[in-house]
Design a protein around this ligand. Sequence first.
Ligand code: PLP
Length: 405
Amino acid sequence: MKYVSDKLAAVGASASVEASQKAREMKAAGLNVASLSSGEPDFPTPAHIAEAGIAAIRDGMTTYTDVRGIPDLRKAIQRKFKRENNIEYDLDNIIAGPGAKSLIGTALSASVNPGDEIIIPAPAWVSYVDIAKLVGGAPVVIQAKAEFGLKLDAATLEAAITQRSRWLILNSPSNPTGSVYTRDELRALGDVLLRHPDILIMTDEIYEHLLFDGVKFVSFVEANPDLKERTLTLNGASKAYAMTGWRIGYAGGPAPLIKAMTKVAGQMVGPMCSISQAATVAALDGPNDYLSERAAAYQQRRDRVMELLLEVPGLNVQKPSGAFYLFVECGALLGSKTAAGKVLASDVDVTNWLLEEAMVVCVPGAAYGLSPYFRISIATSLAVLEDACARITKAVASLTKEAAA
Ligand code: PLP
């Protein structure tokens, strides 16, 4: 019996989800695992948000809602885009869904014909490529250059565009690199896109509130108002408000695209959790001084982990300006021999070896389309991070160089 479609067979499981699952299983088995694979804040959902969810249950807000979200939620999203991003959307430009991930699938399902090209600058979040494949699109992964801080530059974008290009997916602050695009960089990309009027832009801004060193966030449409009618601005409650389990994402975009997404969601997803919607209204409209406090805590961890990792021979890290990841370059470790006699040939080997040798869980760069790197999440306590860095340091010290043949 064949259970799996050819299309699905070509799709990988999410590497970060798998790594986190492996860490959970090892912990459950009583092992002392340092898990640096998590893509979610280690802070709780703020109390006023949780209380709004509890009040919604008490008030009997437990029925199906509009597929796009209750009017109060879409109005709160509308206010957020205006207040924080200087973008004016009408209510028919706004849709919410059960997580930003679901909205990416909904948007691509609604707009991609078989073989349409979806340009994805790597390193990129693990799911873009596979969602593109799942909807029958053709992901075109292009390499962002180290000299541009692993961000996409105008010339590289221009060179990737073909007659079949349908979407460009951008992500700032980036998972996995933590790079943040400046207004000028976004404008330079916008100038290229203005010359190619058939391309849609998806700008994933879910890490917007996780910024370091006083860096200011600029939304793609804010930098490129002329491209508003071609851009889907994607965001969500997960990372900013520590609401990963509540499952709310949202987007602003051209009304015909939102209408098409509503049709897909109406058939395949249905409305998101009513209680989570009420909680997200409180998150968007409520006090948010905790955002800068939490960003400061991540920044402190970033600084400490960078300090520790840069002392490890063979590792290199570009300083992230946002999100909660470090993308560690590990090319100098390749060719080394482990204590067990294995030669490390790739970043997948490095992360497998770190798991076995040091019980540290991280995700290989290969999953993000750039090797040899591995991603460390700093969404965990300083104590765990320091312990993990000590284990990595010890493991690297145990490597021996293969004698040249
Ligand atoms: N976009 C990026 C870049 C992410 O890293 C994630 C989660 O890891 C998501 C979107 C999905 O977030 P959610 O589906 O929880 O809204």
